[in-house]
Write a protein that binds this ligand. Structure first.
Ligand code: SRM
Ligand code: SF4
Length: 516
């Protein structure tokens, strides 16, 4: 094992800004920022350090910030949803919320002068946005049906919450983990279908038996970036549920203290694992833990294809169902959020859950209320039985709000699906994921058809285009898709997708109406 690399190299821009002042420090300056306004703020505080509090300056909409929450396992209450709805409501047309590919919510239109009040409201409602951006651990994902899934193995809700509490000091902010070499993702699966995309996380726990003891096999190093995408690899470790928090802390500490920091394109955990080799990495984690790790179980319990949870499903609690609603590309407006909160209270227990497919689940609906719920007007837009192409559609933020974007995504994705469904009969869901640039927030590599924004030239003009990915497999034996076609102009995409859907996914062209 080589020694810490970070001390041996010149600091890059981001390492410098963290060394000058810890990102979390800005939490003490919010009132002052609110007073002076975003224009007068120090640019580094505004553009970067505010992200330690989940506040994202949006160069595309200057002055209207994005607030990225933390939602452990994607679970929130109707009261919490209402608080978030009230926040975005005050921004009128500028305000909305997006369900993210990490089971989370991002609020838009936020003005800096309102942040102190918003943070007080979030605190009062038991929510936090702390450490959700930059070199911090992102929202921790867990099975969206934990505790209600009739076939679940481990109820992971408390574990996910405990890991978040360890990392964020119960939402107060934790300087121990605010200066990681890079972003970091953790997922904990307690189900048989890998509904968290374990394979694309820096640490993933997947259920596995040792004898008759149920715990987790541990995978490490999964990530996507513009430079490289890797599925997570086995750490060769099995842990009991009560050891999950400690192992996360040990891995994060090793990564914090030894992760590669010279080049941000080579700073994710997998680069350290490559640099040291898995044996040395595992040994460092054991040393940090102060105990040896038990070798992984020979097999894990991820035995199913991935479920999308859309529709009505019986829970493990008899007489109760969960109802999964399809939210087109995850976009919610304040009236939708109020309505979802009301529906969750009237028909369920007031709980709401989010999925990594950017959809939403109302759990604990009693049999006697199910029919009435299914008649709710909101379900004409947020369907329980969406069409096959709409059902599997996921999209990252794209050019509407993200300055990294090479193309607009969400609106384009919805419009194209609509057009394709006019022309084709598609009987089985096809998972189409859009992502606006190679950062891959929309996870095109896990999709049946992944579309990654790029630019191309035609007759001297620069056009929006996509690279097409295929072969992503989710659930058991998950594997990443690869690029099969480069730089298809968006204006030529429909016939290309049409052919793929007909040739490879059994779609049938609808016969043209006979001339009248
Ligand atoms: Fe992401 C950066 C949006 C999930 C890989 N991502 C960004 C930024 C913050 C860039 C920026 O400052 O504008 C985007 C904010 C745009 C905006 O206004 O919304 C952004 N990422 C998103 C979200 C909202 C996409 C979505 O529409 O759902 C997702 C928020 C998740 C959350 O709740 O925290 C989101 N991002 C992901 C994922 C998917 C996942 O985690 O499963 C990935 C790939 C997995 C991974 O990280 O390994 C992902 N985002 C990136 C990267 C590339 C990271 C790298 O190592 O190079 C960046 C760029 C960066 O960090 O430098 C990035
Ligand atoms: Fe922005 Fe690119 Fe991420 Fe889409 S993939 S949200 S365009 S950074």
């Amino acid at each position: 094992m080589t020694s810490t690399v970070s001390s041996e190299v010149a600091l890059n821009k981001f390492e410098k800004l963290k060394a000058e002042k810890d990102g979390l420090e800005v939490r003490h300056e919010l009132d002052q920022f609110a007073q002076i306004g975003w224009e007068a703020m120090d640019a580094t505080d505004r553009d970067h350090r505010l992200k330690w509090l989940g506040i994202f300056f949006r160069p595309v909409t200057p002055g209207k910030f994005m607030l990225r929450m933390r939602m452990p396992s994607g679970i929130l209450t109707s009261e919490q949803m209402r608080v978030l709805a009230e926040i975005v409501q005050r921004y009128g047309e500028d305000g909305n919320a997006d369900i993210t590919t990490r089971q989370n919510l991002q609020l838009r239109g936020i003005r800096l002068e309102d942040i102190p009040d918003i943070f007080q409201r979030l605190k009062d409602a038991g929510m936090t946005s702390v450490q959700s951006g930059m070199d911090n651990v992102r929202n921790i994902t867990g099975s969206p049906v934990a505790g209600i899934d009739a076939d679940e193995l481990i109820d992971t809700r408390d574990l996910v919450r405990d890991v978040q509490d360890m990392i964020t000091n119960h939402g107060e902010g934790n300087p121990s983990f605010t200066n990681l070499p890079r972003k970091f993702n953790i997922a904990i699966a307690g189900c048989r279908d890998n509904s968290v995309h374990a394979e694309i996380n820096d640490i993933a726990f997947v259920p596995a038996y040792v004898g008759d003891r149920l715990g987790f096999n541990v995978l490490v190093g999964g990530f996507f970036s513009a430079k490289r995408c890797e599925a997570a690899v086995p750490l060769n470790a099995w842990v009991e549920p009560q050891d999950v928090v400690g192992l996360c802390e040990a891995i994060l500490t090793v990564y914090r203290d030894h992760g590669l920091r010279a080049n941000r394109q080579k700073a994710r955990l997998m680069w350290l694992i490559d640099h040291w080799g898995m044996e040395a990495f595992r040994a460092a984690v054991e040393q940090q833990l102060g105990q040896t790790l038990q070798p992984a179980a020979a097999k894990d319990e991820i035995l199913w294809d991935k479920r999308d949870h859309i529709g009505v499903y019986g829970q493990k609690q008899s007489g109760l169902s969960y109802v999964g609603l399809h939210i087109p590309v995850g976009r919610l407006y304040a009236p939708d959020m109020f309505d979802v909160a009301r529906i969750a209270e009237v028909y369920g227990s007031g709980e709401i859950r989010l999925t990594v497919e950017q959809n939403l689940i109302i759990p604990n609906v009693s049999d006697s209320r199910l029919e009435a719920l299914l008649q709710e007007p909101l379900l004409t837009r947020f369907a329980v039985a969406p069409t096959a192409l709409a059902r599997g559609l996921v999209s990252c933020t794209g050019a509407q709000f993200c300055n990294f974007a090479l193309i607009e995504t969400k609106n384009r994705a919805v419009a194209l699906i609509h057009e394709l469904e006019q022309e084709l009969t598609v009987s089985t869901p096809v998972r189409i994921h859009w992502t606006g640039c190679p950062n891959s927030c929309g996870q095109p590599q896990v999709a049946d058809i992944g579309l990654m924004g790029t630019k191309t030239r035609r007759e001297g003009k620069t056009l929006d285009a996509v690279d097409i990915y295929m072969g992503g497999k989710v659930g058991k034996d998950a594997q990443l898709g690869t690029c099969v076609q480069k730089a298809v102009p968006c204006e030529e995409l429909k016939p290309v997708l049409r052919s793929i859907l007909v040739d490879q996914f059994g779609a049938q062209p609808k016969t043209a109406a006979a001339p009248g």
